[in-house]
Design a protein around this ligand. Structure first.
Ligand SMILES: [Ca+2]
Ligand SMILES: [Ca+2]
Length: 259
């Protein structure tokens, strides 16, 4: 009986989950921890609402030299004697953790995993997974690129930011005029004197749940810098709705850094 159960699980995972090599179903006693693999964080929750509590665990490889955690895996102890191992839980990073929040509105909490990349930009890695008791579905991952944001400097202290299919926005940078002239990026006549005119569009700096009526949405922040990283022009704020068939951008704001 038990064998049949396992085969059924395996068939389902291959059928439904496209990246089937990343997820495996194993017997619980095969879940081992050693001097390298540690439980980073865990929670008990009836994640699939079947009346039985699951253990949701993040494990990763930790070394004594650095707090940078590698090969982070997600474990969901699915049944008493079976667990789900998702190997590509999130990219390597610092301080991984997860939250359980229903983003897609099916009444079942989704697993939002985050960690810090550790780079100077302060960016984070994000993976948002929904789980129905049998398979995991990726709703969002910073390993994918969803937003095609570009920008460049124009004459007369203006930066143009474009998000394909959404907007093109001219940003008045007159508050930076004196500094740019002093630093040699613009002439006093407003001509660009720097060879490199692209804006620096950063990674994701925040991914947080935000209540929106009776929905949960994700509030995502992306930084936009000018001639160098610390020349921060502002932030793009995107509100993402996961309740439909596909992820939808509900609203986009741009907040200007005035100094
Ligand atoms: Ca359950
Ligand atoms: Ca859900």
């Amino acid at each position: 009986m038990k064998k049949l159960y396992m085969v059924l699980f395996l068939t389902l995972s291959i059928f439904i989950f496209s990246a089937e090599t990343e997820i495996s179903y194993q017997k619980f006693e095969e879940l081992t921890f050693d001097r390298v693999n540690y439980i980073i964080t865990q929670e008990n929750e009836d994640i699939d609402k079947d009346g039985k509590v699951e253990r949701i665990i993040l494990i990763g490889e930790i070394s004594s030299e650095t707090p940078f955690i590698q090969n982070i895996k997600l474990v969901i102890s699915n049944r008493e004697d079976t667990f789900i191992l998702y190997k590509n839980a999130i990219s390597d990073g610092y301080d991984p953790y997860f939250e359980l929040v229903d983003f897609d509105g099916d009444g079942i909490k989704d697993i939002l995993i985050k960690n810090a990349t550790g780079g100077s930009g302060g960016y984070i890695n994000v993976k948002l997974l929904s789980f129905n008791g049998t398979y995991l579905e990726e709703l969002f991952s910073t390993e994918n690129s969803y937003f095609n944001v570009k920008g460049n400097f124009k004459e007369n202290f203006i930066a143009n930011i474009v998000m394909e299919d959404y907007f093109s926005y001219d940003l008045n940078l007159s508050h930076k005029k004196e500094m740019y002239i002093e630093q040699g990026f613009y002439t006093s006549e407003g001509k660009i004197s720097n060879e490199w005119t692209d804006l620096m569009i950063g990674g994701i700096g925040a991914f947080e749940v935000q209540k929106w009526g009776d929905k949960n949405m994700a509030r995502v922040l992306k930084s936009v810098s000018g001639f160098y990283h610390a020349d921060r022009l502002g932030y793009l704020e995107l509100m993402l709705d996961f309740t439909g068939e596909e992820m939808k951008i509900e609203r986009i704001n741009f907040s200007i850094n005035l100094y």
